[in-house]
Design a protein around this ligand. Structure first.
Ligand SMILES: [Zn+2]
Length: 314
């Protein structure tokens, strides 16, 4: 009898859980979806996606196609938001999904990652192409996958910009440019979530990823609350190396003074190929990436739909 009661309670619990998740559609990005995007962005044909290169152009075209196919619109006249990177013309790729709520649609959330890399690297056994699989085809894949997910579910009361930044490796130039342009347009930016190097899991941590600028806001706490588990943690090394200031979240934080932070799983010990020609897709863990992206989808859905701006600077 006790056992039966237990089963009924367990069944009720499972049913309730399913009802809750049904309200915020689950994403089901698979490891093979991730692999397809990664294989293209980090292929030798793209020659390390250096600023001003044909390889970067190929990457941008691919991203535009992915956006177009899924119904993500350009935010500007075209998907390409061009700017001058110290004498070289380059661009961010900016996709737009208008909010579904008449009031909240005026508030914006930026989901971003840089898609450029360093081009060539120090040769290793004849290989000179720095493919930048982890840095940052991986983050780019997260942004493209999330864009496709939200284009399908249209579960966004707030408006979203899905941005692949150019010239990050030249000094955060693409994000610096876009943050200024958006500030001039006086958009109401709620928050920005950026992705960097999420291709390999952390070693021996209770959490799946860390966030830069952990202590500047309640973003980590809110993400964990929204995901119902310890998804994001504090990595002391991220603070020690001031990673908060070293990626595309930073120019947005500076312009808008709202929480703009980067999710990453690179912890200085779990990956030997930072800015190295061996930063290749063969080193990536697609299962892990798909899991992480699927974990992010309901969290971002919450960010896009809460009646008030719950993520705040401390
Ligand atoms: Zn990077």
């Amino acid at each position: 009898m006790k056992q039966i009661t237990f089963f009924i309670i367990a069944l009720l619990f499972i049913t309730c859980k399913e009802v809750t998740t049904a309200q915020s559609p689950m994403s089901n990005i698979t490891a093979s979806d991730v692999e397809v995007i990664m294989n293209f962005l980090a292929s030798d044909a793209l020659e390390g996606r250096d600023t001003g290169s044909e390889g970067l152009e190929k990457a941008a075209k691919f991203i535009e196609e992915e956006f177009k196919k899924s119904g993500i619109e350009p935010y500007f006249d075209s998907y390409l938001n061009t700017f001058d990177a110290k004498g070289t013309e380059t661009y961010n790729v900016v996709g737009y999904l208008k909010g579904t709520d008449p009031d909240l649609a005026n508030q914006f959330v930026v989901i971003g990652a840089h898609f450029d890399h360093i081009g060539k690297g120090k040769p290793v056994s004849g290989d000179t192409i720095a493919n930048g699989a982890n840095d940052n085809a991986a983050g780019s894949t997260a942004v493209i996958s999330l864009a496709k997910h939200f284009a399908k579910t249209k579960n966004n009361k707030r408006s979203v910009l899905f941005v692949l930044f150019g010239a990050e490796e030249r000094g955060l130039l693409g994000s610096g440019h876009l943050a200024k342009v958006l500030k001039e347009k006086n958009i109401d930016l709620y928050t920005m979530v950026n992705f960097e190097m999420i291709g390999v899991p952390l070693n021996d941590k209770s959490y799946k990823a860390y966030i830069t600028g952990y202590e500047i806001s309640n973003m980590a706490e809110k993400i964990n609350e929204y995901s119902g588990k310890e998804f994001i943690g504090f990595l002391p090394k991220a603070k020690e190396f001031q990673l908060f200031r070293r990626s595309d979240n930073y120019p947005f934080h500076k312009e808008f003074n709202v929480p703009c932070q980067t999710i990453s799983t690179f912890d200085f010990t779990n990956y030997d190929y930072y800015h190295h020609v061996d930063d290749e897709v063969s080193e990536m863990n697609f299962e892990f990436m798909a899991e992480l992206i699927n974990d992010c989808a309901p969290v971002i859905a919450k960010i896009l739909n809460t009646p008030t701006k719950e993520i705040k600077l401390n």
